[in-house]
Design a protein around this ligand. Sequence first.
Ligand SMILES: Nc1ncnc2c1ncn2[C@@H]1O[C@H](COP(=O)(O)OP(=O)(O)OP(=O)(O)O)[C@@H](O)[C@H]1O
Ligand SMILES: *[C@@H]1O[C@H](CO)[C@@H](O)[C@H](O)[C@H]1NC(C)=O
Ligand SMILES: *[C@@H]1O[C@H](CO)[C@@H](O)[C@H](O)[C@H]1NC(C)=O
Length: 390
Amino acid sequence: MNSIFLSIVAAVVSFFLITLIFGFFYFLCKSLKRRRRTHHHHIPQTRAVRSVPPATAGRGGELSSVTIDESASFDPSLNRVSMEELKLATKNFSSDLIIGDGSFGYVYKASLSDGVTVAIKKLDPDAFQGFREFRAEMETLGKLRHRNIVKMLGYCASGSDRVLIYEFLERGSLDQWLHDTYSPVSKERSDDSVASVKLLPLSWETRNKVVRGVANGLMYLHGLDTAIIHRDIKASNVLLDLDFEAHIADFGLARTVDASHSHVSTQVAGTMGYMPPEYKDGVMAATVKADVYSFGILMFEIATGERPNLPMVFNGKEMGLIEWARKMMAHNRYEEMLDGSMPEKEKEKGLLSEEKVKEYFSIACKCCNETNADRPTMAEVVDLLNRLSS
Ligand SMILES: Nc1ncnc2c1ncn2[C@@H]1O[C@H](COP(=O)(O)OP(=O)(O)OP(=O)(O)O)[C@@H](O)[C@H]1O
Ligand SMILES: *[C@@H]1O[C@H](CO)[C@@H](O)[C@H](O)[C@H]1NC(C)=O
Ligand SMILES: *[C@@H]1O[C@H](CO)[C@@H](O)[C@H](O)[C@H]1NC(C)=O
């Protein structure tokens, strides 16, 4: 009797003990698993966020080996984005829909199922070293709202595919309007008759409007709490809408620079012809004044219709666009500097006052001062341009 009772007690006790031990291991495993999972889910949790992703998101770069399937919308006009939807909208990224080829990959025109037309940039798999760089670009762009900045509507990442979604700008890049009289790009655009056959040379008025737009956009970027240096201001990164309002594009090379931490950043970037002299001297620093220099070059390009990376000739001597412009200005040959294809009518109508042309070039020249510190800020440039137009 006693031994039966004892063995029952022993059985019950050992049952509880074993349950306790199993239970302990079960909870240990579970909590470990959970911790690991939350760690991984650091990146892919922003699906369908309506606003800017959390600040911690940028640290996801170290985990780029993790399978990524994530998308985000930064704008109410963009509903539910997914790679499936984008494949549908671009006929599986069909080459018929390519409207541009940048250094990071192809740009497609896409019509989403709800009727919204967007431009999507499909990044080359190796354009960014990892997810961190990709997210850096979209985080920067997704937050920005200014009439002279291309709106980034969202992004999509699936496996190794990275796609950025932008508002579509009907008249394409300024580069085409300045240099390609016939554009294969515009043939696809059924919506505007002007561009469907031939791109007409821009009028002096329109050129000034574009210059003011770019200046305002840059002033906005430089004036943010944490200034953004664009680093690659050039004609192909200026897009035009139906009203020829300028929108600055392509922040692939942009890096946010905290004003309190020096101006030093890790990578010098830019395009031949637009780079300030300090880059050639090996100064590895990007400053807002480097953008001002590129902007000055762009002003010369817009007025003259000349490509800044091609040599010009003055008195039989080959030289760069800037040197040529300074020489022409010193000899008061302003009229000759202007793009020859500009409509003649304007001169008759008095829109092209010599005084204004002179002032225009003098502003461009100030921006292109060899000495970084002697260049005006974008706010000062905007001020000068406003006075020019009034
Ligand atoms: N949002 C957009 N709307 C309309 N066209 C666009 C849009 N984004 C890009 N494009 C077209 O695609 C072209 C390529 O753009 P992208 O910014 O990728 O490269 P890029 O400026 O030519 O070169 P890089 O990448 O070296 O700066 C543009 O010049 C423009 O013609
Ligand atoms: C896209 O590709 C998938 C398979 O890869 C195919 O089933 C589908 O029909 C294609 N769609 C178009 C529009 O080509
Ligand atoms: C640069 O700016 C300084 C100061 O305003 C001026 O003296 C100098 O002439 C400028 N240089 C050029 C090349 O315009």
